[in-house]
Design a binder for this molecule. Structure first.
Ligand code: ADP
Ligand code: MG
Length: 212
């Protein structure tokens, strides 16, 4: 199965839907240990991507990811804007002149997540989106020889475990770090939205496989 950017409209719509459907819950999470604007920030980016989705579908992956990264950086704002922007811009650089398949995507996503770590000066265990992105990137790297159906079954599990793991972490980066011990017991909003987006992407890919 080859995946081309013709898929992007469906992926962007699925991501937009999952963030809309879970907006109240995520806002409550960001209100508990942040400033409550995470969904609104993300939705500014998603509205912009929704408007660009047909145009994006005509590009190659590297060019599409570059454009998406620039759009996210200039629309989302907050701490998460530059982080999501960095993810896509770096994936774009890493994808130049590459065919996109299970093996190359693992390396491309890993490069993107490494750049987010550097940009945020953060790593696993700090109660951020990275507690979802890093385990998923690591899993993809170890799973280059795993069959696609098995991979698609496992990625959501890894993402959900990462999201859940933030509940008992002490925040040491971002606004939640100002709360110190009071950040304990709450899931990180950016970890939840990253998990929701990853699960939405996987659901689209699973649906495509089943209807192929
Ligand atoms: P802000 O914190 O500026 O209000 P958002 O609410 O949009 O921005 O995003 C907050 C999310 O960004 C957090 O839930 C966390 O997952 C993520 N985040 C914040 N700081 C960092 C960082 N230094 N590294 C990685 N992720 C971070
Ligand atoms: Mg916020």
């Amino acid at each position: 199965m080859t995946y081309t950017p013709a898929l992007l409209p469906r992926l962007i719509e699925a991501i937009n839907d999952t963030i809309t459907n879970n907006a109240e819950e995520v806002t409550a999470l960001d209100q508990a240990i942040g400033d409550g604007d995470h969904v609104i920030n993300l939705q500014r980016g998603l509205i912009a991507l929704m408007a660009q989705r047909e145009e994006l579908s005509q590009l190659d992956w590297a060019t599409a990811w570059q454009k998406m990264g620039m759009t996210l950086m200039s629309t989302i704002g907050g701490a998460s804007g530059s982080l999501f922007g960095t993810l896509f811009v770096t994936m774009s650089k890493s994808a130049r002149n590459q065919t996109i398949n299970q093996q190359t995507v693992a390396a491309i996503f890993k490069a993107g997540v490494e750049a987010v770590k550097q940009r945020g000066k953060a790593d696993t265990g700090e109660k951020t989106m990275l507690d979802v992105l890093i385990p998923v990137a690591d899993y993809l790297q170890t799973a280059v020889d795993v069959s696609l159906p098995e991979l698609l079954d496992n990625v959501p599990k890894v993402a959900i475990a990462g999201m859940e793991s933030t509940r008992d972490m002490l925040a040491t980066k971002g606004r939640a770090s100002y709360l110190e011990e009071r950040s304990l017991g709450h899931i990180d909003a950016g970890a939840r939205t990253s998990q929701l987006m990853i699960c939405a992407i996987v659901a689209v890919l699973q649906h495509l496989r089943q209807s192929a």
